[in-house]
Design a protein around this ligand. Structure first.
Ligand code: ADP
Ligand code: MG
Ligand code: ZN
Length: 480
């Protein structure tokens, strides 16, 4: 039996953080009293007319440009008809065959489209606490109804659960840096549906897919897809066929339950929204959106990798623009060190020191001035101080906000030992004398035994000696 390959496409709903809803003047809110942000338009009273939110259109353009999408010069709204209590009009205003953002790309994954639509109201299954006339009740909060959404759809280009979750993280980071959404998955401002199928490895045809709805964390996205792939592989291995359906993944039990067999587009009776004119994205609107884009994570990561950072480090920095800019400031103030060394200090040692001091770093007004960290990194690179001493100096910089590295080194007596005064050599000699057994083992070729003597030297010098130099001296004195 050939191996089964996973095929995954994602649909991501992003709630836009505009001031008002998509087609009316109601304020957006999260966590307010239910049903206080409503009006005749979002409650679908007869005779009302929608007015598109200009800010939402501008945000959609930013998202489209960030995803390298073609922007439609003229796109239209459609009515998507369905009957459910969260939808008082009995249709959702969405986009269908001419979305505002067409084909694009983020990383290696192709974007099919990104379109504008309105969110449904929120249904709350109140169970017995919401009992009405003796039966269990579902309640509806219309505050959310009409919130602007951009739905981003990918091509089925993802090949595994971990890859899908990782890419979704990149997408969220990208949208977050556009400043158009809170992208908070727990609050539902970013929601992920995963379309999943399997096929024989090497095949170019698509298998029948199922859709996992509304997973509200990246971990659940990964686990949900893993569970569904396992289920589908089990069916195919047993000679069965996968049925097209929509599933819910319960992260607590790990169970997948069927919500419905999948509807077709014609079930929604899409037709052009007669109450709205086309969205015309002018050159000026597109230029304004483009001008407002920051350097995005994928581009920043690629630039850092080009400067010699490894992939994980580049990704870490690119995901935090504040820290990335701080890193660049330290690098700019540095005289010799390599970007990789500076990145290690910023993402590793500095982060650890801040955590140790229980400081939430604000890279806009940092506790440790970039120039001070640059000087410190320079001193360790030049071996004026050991790495361990550098760490001690950093702790002082973090805790006191002092900026004069040279003064701290002087005051704390942290200057690196070694050089010509012979003091380090004397300490090494004493350590060898104090542990003849280890010395014998080293002479007999047991390389690991050297650690015991190095440890003693480091303790004696309070970490001020350079490890490489200590090793060299021990071997020299043992005549190796
Ligand atoms: P539908 O008409 O069911 O909504 P679409 O063709 O619009 O299906 O695709 C919706 C999403 O499902 C897209 O992200 C797409 O990449 C993905 N998709 C489509 N076919 C498959 C498949 N066979 N396996 C996995 N994902 C798929
Ligand atoms: Mg679809
Ligand atoms: Zn309203």
């Amino acid at each position: 039996m050939p191996e089964l390959e996973a095929v995954i496409g994602l649909e991501i709903h992003v709630q836009l953080a505009t001031r008002t809803k998509m087609f009316c003047g109601c304020a957006l809110s999260f966590g307010d009293e239910p049903n206080v942000h409503t009006c005749p338009i979002c409650l679908a009273h007869p005779g009302v007319l929608p007015v598109p939110n200009e800010e939402a259109i501008a945000y959609a353009l930013k998202i489209g440009l960030a995803l390298d999408c073609e922007i439609a010069p003229r796109s239209i709204f459609h009515r998507k008809n369905y009957f459910y209590p969260d939808n008082p009009k009995a249709y959702q205003i969405s986009q269908y065959d001419i979305p505002i953002c067409g084909p694009g790309k983020l990383g290696d994954i192709r974007i099919t489209r990104a379109h504008l639509e309105e969110d449904a109201a929120k249904t709350i299954h109140a169970g017995s606490t919401g009992r009405i006339h003796g039966s269990t009740a579902s309640l509806v909060d219309f505050n959310r109804g009409g919130t602007p959404l951009v739905e981003i759809v990918t091509e089925p280009d993802l090949r595994g659960a971990a890859e899908a979750a990782e890419w979704a993280r990149l997408l969220r980071e990208t949208v977050r840096q556009l400043d158009v959404s809170n992208v908070n998955m727990e609050e539902g401002s970013l929601r992920i549906d995963a379309n999943v199928s399997v096929r024989p490895a090497g095949s170019t045809e698509l298998g029948t897919k199922t859709e996992l709805k509304n997973m509200n964390s990246f971990r659940f996205v990964q686990r949900g897809i893993e569970a569904e792939l396992e289920r589908q592989r089990g069916i195919v291995d047993a000679g069965g066929t996968v049925e097209q359906e929509t599933l819910h993944f319960d992260p607590t039990s790990g169970d997948l339950t069927s919500l419905r067999s999948k509807e077709e587009a014609h079930d929604y009776r899409y037709f052009p929204e007669p109450d709205l004119v086309a969205i015309v994205a002018t050159e000026a609107m597109i230029a304004a959106a483009r001008a407002s884009l920051p350097e995005l994570p994928a581009a920043r990561q690629a630039r850092y990798e080009g400067e010699g950072l490894d992939e994980a480090q580049a990704r870490l920095l690119a995901a935090d623009p504040g820290q990335a800019e701080y890193f660049e400031a330290v690098l700019a103030a540095s005289t010799a060190p390599e970007p990789r060394v500076v990145a290690n200090w910023v993402t590793g040692e500095l982060t650890a020191a801040l955590r140790g001091a229980e400081i939430d770093e604000d890279y806009g007004s940092p506790t440790v001035a970039p120039a001070a960290l640059a000087e410190l990194i320079g001193a360790t690179a030049a071996k004026t101080i050991s790495h361990g001493s550098g760490r001690q100096v950093l702790a002082i910089l973090v805790e006191t906000g002092e900026g004069d590295v040279a003064a701290i080194v002087e005051r704390e007596g942290l200057a690196q030992m070694g050089g010509d005064d012979g003091e380090l050599a004397r300490i090494v000699a004493a350590a060898i004398e104090g542990d003849p057994a280890a010395a014998e083992q080293i002479r007999n070729g047991n390389g690991k035994a050297i650690g015991a003597i190095v440890g003693v030297v480091m303790r004696e010098t309070k970490g001020r000696a350079d490890g490489g130099e200590v090793n060299r001296l021990i071997r020299e004195q043992l005549g190796l």
